[in-house]
Design a protein around this ligand. Structure first.
Ligand SMILES: [Zn+2]
Length: 448
């Protein structure tokens, strides 16, 4: 399959790729057809002109960690609603986590998710395969069958659960070497976190909720980087959240271990102080940590220790969230606020450039997921001849987050009522607009 031909032609006039010098950029036939100095490209009648003088162009964003909930929990999100939310947030590809019902642990289930995602046409959907059958943590799933399927799975994770058994983890790391796969670990020592409700620390002690200690994350990361080194395989650490975890990844990389790591937008800005209100909107796994941890993950992201930002978009129904803290589900939505939170915490603070944003939200996650090449490449540079996966951002805009007005089918955003900087104005998937004028473009049929 190649990039589908398209009638769509867009001239992005006076746009700033990666926030740099302004150019005119023509998107035609699914690719970036021309890039010329600003004011020099002209449009014919069939070309839509977008006056982009206030806008930055980034390569389409790639999320390595999305929960689309389908199959099984379509009351919280569907592949259609979740990928529409992704497009609204500037994404052109997402990796859909395996903890669905049934679990994405066979070629049949991952192909089903891949097909529905392709037909929805909002973004490329890359199913993540489960490491263990039914996420049971004991029996290795059919990793090679999922890798060989039409979905071409390269990322495997029991996310939501930790692959706790070191023997199973070792076998999984060894197994994926055959097809250049990666194990994405949800690092949570289960015995140290039994009954845990929030970060273990001053706040948990004061408000009387059971704590999830930092060491429960760090112990698994320490073990797994050593296992990855021992078997010469590739490890990815999901949603790293503590200062100690950043130190461990820094150490592992200095040692030459093949490890990558992600941080979520919410761990870049929110702290465990928010638990004092007992509002389950702020209940998430791993939990919100301390201000010192927030500072450490920002520093780790800025210096490259942490490779990427991944949303861990985790939609939940009102029934599962509007209840007392201890009964509520873990998780928060994130696809439609991720870019704004990264701008707020990293760009507007002077810690990262827009080129860095393109790296942590597009290029690097695409590389880790092994989707920079192949039939539908993502995370490619904004150059002539490359697929026209492009997002236009207005960094000077501010917007009020209204969770019930978002594209996601769930309303559990921790940023509701907040003014966030930045607005996704347009998203293009292989030259076709999925978002225009900051609104999803509804179309029927298979277009991807
Ligand atoms: Zn997780």
């Amino acid at each position: 399959m190649t990039a589908a031909p398209t009638q769509d032609r867009y001239l992005l006039r006076d746009v700033a790729p990666l926030g740099g010098d302004r150019v005119d950029m023509l998107l035609a036939d699914g690719v970036i057809a021309a890039i010329e100095p600003a004011g020099t490209l002209t449009a014919d009648d069939s070309t839509v002109v977008i006056e982009a003088g206030a806008l930055i162009a980034l390569p389409g964003l790639v999320d390595l960690h999305t929960h689309l909930r389908e199959p099984g929990r379509e009351d919280a999100e569907t592949i259609h609603s979740g990928t529409r939310a992704a497009a609204a947030g500037g994404f052109t590809a997402v990796h859909a986590m395996a903890n669905t019902t049934p679990v994405q642990d066979t070629a049949g289930v991952v192909e089903q998710v891949w097909r529905i995602g392709t037909e929805a046409g909002w973004v490329d959907v890359h199913p993540v395969g489960a490491v263990s059958v039914g996420l049971d943590g004991t029996h290795l799933a059919e990793l090679s069958a999922m890798a060989d399927s039409a979905a071409q799975v390269r990322v495997f994770s029991d996310d939501g659960k930790c692959v706790w058994d070191p023997v199973l983890m070792r076998r999984a790391l060894e197994y994926v070497k055959a097809f250049d796969g990666v194990i994405a670990q949800h690092a949570q020592e289960p015995r140290l976190t039994e009954g845990a409700q929030m970060n273990e620390g001053v706040v948990s002690a004061e408000i009387g909720l059971a704590g999830w200690p930092a060491v429960a994350e760090e112990a698994i990361i320490a073990r797994d980087v050593l296992l990855a080194e021992h078997v010469g395989s590739r490890l990815h650490v999901c949603h790293l959240s503590t200062a100690g975890s950043v130190d461990l990844i820094r150490w592992a990389k200095a040692r030459g271990i093949n490890v990558t790591a992600e941080v979520t937008p919410h761990h870049l800005v929110l702290t465990d102080e928010l638990a004092r209100g007992y509002d389950p909107l702020f209940k998430v796994n791993p939990p919100l940590r301390t201000a010192a941890d927030v500072e450490a993950v920002r520093e780790g992201l800025a210096d490259g220790t942490i490779d990427i930002v991944a949303t861990d978009h985790a939609p939940h129904t009102r029934e599962d969230k509007d209840c007392e803290w201890s009964a509520a589900a873990f998780g928060m939505t994130g696809l439609e606020t991720a870019l704004s939170v990264v701008q707020q915490t990293m760009v507007d603070t002077g810690r990262m450039t827009w080129a860095d944003v393109a790296r942590v939200l597009s290029t690097a996650p695409a590389r880790i997921g092994r989707i920079t090449d192949g039939p539908r490449p993502q995370g490619r540079p904004l150059e002539v001849g490359e697929p026209a996966n492009v997002v236009l951002v207005d960094p000077a805009a501010t917007r009020l987050v209204v969770p019930t007005e978002q594209a996601t089918a769930s309303a559990n955003s921790p940023f509701g009522g907040q003014e966030l900087p930045g607005q996704v104005v347009a998203t293009f998937l292989r030259g076709r607009a999925t978002v225009l004028d900051a609104r999803p473009v509804e179309r029927a049929g298979t277009l991807a």
